[in-house]
Ligand binder design. Structure first.
Ligand SMILES: [Zn+2]
Length: 387
């Protein structure tokens, strides 16, 4: 939608009248005589703000009509206020996209594929086949050089003949044309909101780039979003530095040290677990019972290892289980000379108690909801093999 209010990025307030107010479920679609709200288009996000101090929940287009969506109905005279901070960031991001993309189109021969932005960062997907770090640096330097030159960003309404000197006939195929001109860097048809000149972008920083199937996504920070995101990320870094009791610039070093210590503890713990499993295996191998039914506070992997070691060393039928968050994990082990098959026993138990899992004739395992009567059932049904 072409709207003269969009020519001035800080044209944010307006007194106007309600034309129509339609109820749609629990919200109201309100069309106005005029609006300063920007409706999403051209890669620029829609405005946020209020009408008569009621929050505008959404801005939508339906069958050529533009609606302000509110939770309350409105009639008569209304006052519109667009959120200034949000508008400024969106105009900065959009204008910076013009600058960076045109630069890349003209100097680096890569076309623009898509735009994106969220609360923390913005960017564009560009049709590069390869993208060197040095090219990224060069793009960033050039953008900042233009910002320092404070080149005006002009909005014009050219005649068709004038427009087609700069853009394709297809792009100029509209009744009313609106062009944005940034010095001799860029001239394009555009209906969005722009900063008045490049100094309002303040500073431009490419933060990373990623290969895609179509080219590369280039992520940047500019203007107020750069300051906001920097502050949020720095606060996180400062929080980490405080937790690690080191200066901010030593956070990575401190993290590596803690990580190494953590790995050493894991290794030590694994060795202790191995020794523990071996001791328990000796204990169960040496007892007279032919059938062992035990709850053991091990994880599944350790439990499985223990059961396998026992049935390999002695002729026993073993039921071992652990309980995790009200779920049981049961492992059945049968020595090869015991005369019963672990998978058949597990199947019998799993069908009665709705457990999932399976295995082979020596070891079978699985789990489900813990039921106290599982142990009783195993004792009654398989405990007799102790005789
Ligand atoms: Zn634009």
């Amino acid at each position: 939608m072409l709207n003269k209010h969009y020519d001035n990025w800080l044209d944010l307030s307006l007194d106007t009248k309600v034309v129509d107010c339609l109820k749609e479920e629990d919200r109201y679609l309100i069309s106005l005589e005029d609006t300063v709200f920007f409706f999403e288009s051209g890669g620029q996000k829609k405005d946020i703000g209020t009408i008569n101090n009621h929050e505008v929940l959404d801005l939508i287009e339906k069958e050529g009509n533009f609606y302000h969506v509110l939770a309350v109905p409105l009639t008569g005279d209304v006052h519109l206020e667009v959120d200034k901070k949000h508008r400024m960031i969106q105009a900065q991001i959009h204008s910076a996209s013009h600058l960076m993309c045109t630069l890349i189109n003209k100097r680096f021969n890569a076309k623009t594929i898509a735009f994106f932005n969220d609360e923390l960062e913005a960017g564009a997907e560009m049709g590069f086949e390869t993208l060197e770090e040095s090219t990224i640096k060069r793009i960033e330097e050039l953008c900042n050089e233009y910002i320092r030159q404070d080149i005006p960003v002009e909005i014009m309404y050219p005649e068709h003949e004038e427009a087609i000197k700069h853009v394709s006939i297809k792009k100029a195929d509209h009744d009313v044309l609106r062009a944005v001109k940034i010095g001799d860097i860029d001239y394009d048809m555009c209906a969005c909101v722009h900063v008045p000149s490049l100094r309002y972008l303040q500073s431009f920083k490419i933060i990373r780039h990623e290969k895609t199937t179509r080219g590369y996504k280039i992520f940047f920070l500019v203007g107020d979003q750069l300051r906001n995101t920097y502050q949020r990320q720095y606060d996180i870094l400062r929080g980490l530095s405080s937790k690690l009791s080191v200066p901010v610039m030593k956070v990575e070093e401190a993290f590596d040290k803690y990580n190494q210590e953590y790995q050493n503890l894991i290794n030590k713990n694994n060795k202790l677990n191995e020794a523990n499993i071996s001791l328990l295996k000796d204990k169960y191998v040496s007892i007279d019972n032919k059938v062992i039914i035990e709850e053991i506070d091990f994880d599944r992997k350790q439990l499985s290892k223990l059961v396998s070691m026992i049935i390999n060393e002695t002729n026993k039928l073993v039921f071992m289980y652990c309980i995790e968050n009200e779920n049981i994990h049961l492992i059945v082990g049968a020595s090869k000379d015991f005369g019963l098959k672990a998978n058949e026993i597990f199947k019998d138990i799993s069908l009665r108690f709705n457990l999932k899992g399976g295995g082979n004739i020596f070891v079978a395992q699985g789990g489900g909801k813990y039921d106290e009567s599982i142990k009783e059932y195993i004792l009654e049904t398989y405990g007799k093999n102790n005789i």
